[in-house]
Design a protein around this ligand. Structure first.
Ligand SMILES: [Zn+2]
Length: 232
């Protein structure tokens, strides 16, 4: 019976193959959401091995952080863009969990990241959350948390103000736009903890910076950053 079921599953997948959201190739039976080739060959940044990487540098002289990491380089028209597009718009939460798990496998062996206590996804404003149904950064956080044996906290840091679209603004205006957008509701909970703040894509880092400024006000808090992708 089991054999028949797996035969039928293979047969169904011949008729309606599930596609890898990064490269678009059909998945074979043992592959889960992302194909084996993409799992090993998407453009890893390996930022966890370079303490002075380009994302960490964005925080220099602004906010004191322990470490910064991105899983992939994002390039226009590339496989990582396809992956992020599916993750964002086709409701495939599992993509986020799997990417968190891939990132977690790299970070759990790293001295900077394996001391993380809490993982906090960059929050969406309530109206945006309602519209989208879920916060994709939380899916990534959950995959990471499992590997790092940390807990996801998604109701302490909140977005108190919705922001206009950032795309056409200068760096300074973006920063102005981000002032007083985020608030920590229960700072005591995070005192003396190592917090990993996570987001989907980092470009100029202004959103992460605005969150970080609020978090590092908490006594004894150590802060690190992780994102799925880094885009220039
Ligand atoms: Zn693929």
């Amino acid at each position: 019976m089991k054999l028949l079921r797996s035969y039928l599953a293979d047969f169904t997948s011949l008729l309606f193959p599930e596609l890898c959201p990064a490269c678009g190739e059909s998945l074979v039976a043992a592959e889960d959401v992302i194909c084996t080739d993409c799992r090993y060959n998407l453009p890893f940044t390996n930022f966890h091995l370079q303490p002075d990487n380009i994302v960490a540098r964005q925080f220099w002289g602004k906010v004191d952080i322990e470490a910064a990491y991105s899983l992939y380089y994002f390039a226009k028209g590339g496989k990582v863009q396809n992956l992020m597009h599916h993750f964002k718009y086709s409701g495939m939460h599992r993509i986020g969990n799997i990417l968190g798990s891939i990132a977690g496998d790299q970070l759990k062996q790293n001295d900077k990241f394996n001391t993380v206590d809490y993982i906090i996804p960059v929050p969406l404003h309530k109206s945006r959350l309602k519209q989208r149904g879920y916060n994709q950064s939380k899916c990534f956080a959950e995959g990471l948390a499992e590997k790092l044996q940390a807990n996801v906290h998604d109701n302490n840091l909140v977005r108190v103000r919705a922001t206009e679209t950032q795309t056409h603004k200068s760096r300074f205006l973006r920063f102005e736009n981000m002032q007083e957008v985020f608030k920590v509701m229960q700072p005591d909970e995070l005192a003396n903890k190592h917090v990993l703040l996570v987001d989907d894509i980092v470009t100029t880092g202004s959103t992460l910076e605005a969150c970080s400024i609020e978090l590092v006000k908490i006594p004894g808090l150590k802060l690190s950053i992780a994102t799925i992708a880094y885009a220039e």
